[in-house]
Design a protein around this ligand. Structure first.
Ligand code: GDP
Length: 468
């Protein structure tokens, strides 16, 4: 298919949702206003809301059908497999140099002082810089807070042949082209910044990825996670056993409820009802396509009480989840060996789900979304985040380009001209996003449908020599 066709198809899908966010949230505001002064209007507003939901559902259904009948499904599957094979081969080549004694290396320590999702993102960032500078990544993980013996007992080592940090010359970042071993700090204190940081994807893959995938950076992160998280046999067996025991079955929606220490400091509280309303909407849509024997969710949370609450409040749902208490938020167990299996399992189940409902402010949820991309040609729209849009901690500015002009009509809206670059801060899920207009420096709201994403690229090496 032609790239423009694929971009348009995804754009119509996304903007159908945006239109409904706008109308739905505006009508709900109107209902609140009418409540006191014109209660006779409430019925009419509810009528529009209910019909609107059906319109919206039917449009999304048709656009999804388009993807099924346009004749490109086989191409999408093949292109997805080809791209993945290409990049995985390059990773293997980079990580297993012919001569480890002379190979250029980038050294990272896994032990960033944060949670599992955060540490995975740290390792992915290291891998991006390693791939970009064409250095073999050495991941130091002895004494890992989640597994003292190290990463290699849980996942395959990042290299089969080259794991020693030995070398002729050493330096901290940035070092020189010919420094053999370079130490990379965490992304937060990287100076100078590298051109290979998110949201940049390899330039040589960009044309194919913008055609295939709705959010190429998420594909890129997903491929690195695919390489890093190759499980050891024991890990596979544990996950398999748990999956069978819990009765993991499709269809299934993955729900991640992040509570405890995150709420109140880094993220707002969201009630279970809010998550479940999106799950319900997912199933309402699905039922237009197929018979749903049972509405099913996989529920993951750092707060075990959520699972009990869900089972009580949603008896008509089949609720699958790991009830183990080892994941409780108490600081003593949070980062322990025993909690590692719980979080591996939860992330795996979430990523295997058909759809994700969670808060992108949580790295657990973002990692699941990234891994999910491995299982589909394009799973970029298979989620609903209750707060943030997708981001990568430490990323460069996320810019979008205005494709329609906008005159502010209400307080807080900004002026945009076609072609303006806007650094986006977030989507308010009411039809508007917030951002900073790079041209005018104005900060404000703009209708989300009036922009398109700008895919960032960097000149990563193309590894042409490995095909010689
Ligand atoms: P974030 O704080 O949510 O952005 O993600 P991090 O991964 O950096 O830190 C949160 C930590 O809390 C995780 O690494 C887990 O140890 C724990 N945690 C959070 N949510 C879950 C969950 O759904 N299941 C399990 N097992 N642990 C969780």
């Amino acid at each position: 298919p032609n790239t423009q066709y694929e971009i348009l198809r995804r754009r119509i899908f996304a903007n159908t949702k945006e239109m409904w966010y706008f109308i739905n949230s505006s009508l709900k505001d109107l209902k609140n206003k009418a409540n006191g002064i014109a209660p006779e209007l409430i019925d009419s507003i509810n009528y529009i809301l209910n019909m609107g939901v059906e319109h919206h559902r039917s449009l999304l259904f048709d656009i999804e059908q388009l993807e099924a009948v346009d004749g490109y499904s086989v191409w999408r599957e093949k292109e997805s497999a080809d791209l993945s094979n290409l990049i995985q081969e390059r990773f293997k080549y980079l990580q297993n140099p012919e001569n480890c004694k002379t190979a250029r290396k980038l050294v990272c320590s896994l032990n960033k002082g944060c949670g599992y999702g955060c540490q995975l993102h740290h390792a992915v960032y290291c891998f991006m810089v390693a791939y970009g500078t064409q250095r073999t990544l050495i991941l130091k993980s002895k004494g890992w807070r989640y597994h003292k013996a190290g990463w290699e007992e849980v996942f395959k080592p990042v290299s089969d042949t080259c794991t020693s940090i030995e070398g002729e010359s050493f330096s901290n970042w940035p070092g020189h082209e010919d420094t053999q071993v370079i130490n990379l700090p965490i992304i937060d204190s990287l100076s100078p910044r590298s051109p290979f940081l998110p949201l940049a994807i390899p330039e040589d893959l960009a044309p194919r990825l913008t055609r295939l995938h709705g959010d190429p950076i998420v594909w890129w992160v997903g491929q690195i996670l695919k390489y890093l998280l190759r499980p050891q046999e024991k890990t596979t067996a544990m996950v398999q056993e748990a999956m069978t025991k819990m009765g993991f079955k499709r269809p299934i929606v993955g729900v991640h409820v992040r509570r405890t220490d995150k709420v109140g400091t880094e993220a707002a509280f969201h009630g279970l009802e809010e998550y479940m309303s999106h799950v319900d909407e997912y199933y309402n849509n699905l039922e237009m396509k197929q018979v749903v024997d049972k509405r099913r969710i996989y529920l993951a949370s750092d707060d075990p009480k959520v699972l009990l609450e869900a089972k009580k409040k949603y008896p008509h749902y089949e609720i699958i989840g790991d009830p183990s208490i080892s994941k409780t938020a108490s600081v003593s167990t949070r980062y322990s060996d025993s909690s590692l299996f719980g979080i591996i399992l939860d992330i795996h189940m979430l990523s295997m789900s058909d759809y994700l409902v969670c808060t992108f402010s949580s790295q657990v949820c973002r990692v699941a979304y990234e891994i999910m991309q491995i299982y589909y040609p394009d799973a970029s729209a298979k989620f609903r985040s209750l707060d943030d849009i997708y981001y990568y901690g430490g990323q460069n500015a996320h810019n979008v380009v205005a494709v329609w002009p906008h005159e502010p009509k209400k307080n807080g809206e900004m002026h945009i001209a076609v072609g303006d670059l806007i650094g986006v801060a977030g989507n308010h899920w009411n039809g508007f996003s917030k951002g900073r207009n790079v041209r005018t420096n104005q900060i404000g709201f703009y209708p989300a449908f009036k922009v398109k994403d700008k895919v960032q690229t960097a000149k990563f090496p193309t590894y042409a020599e490995m095909y010689k």
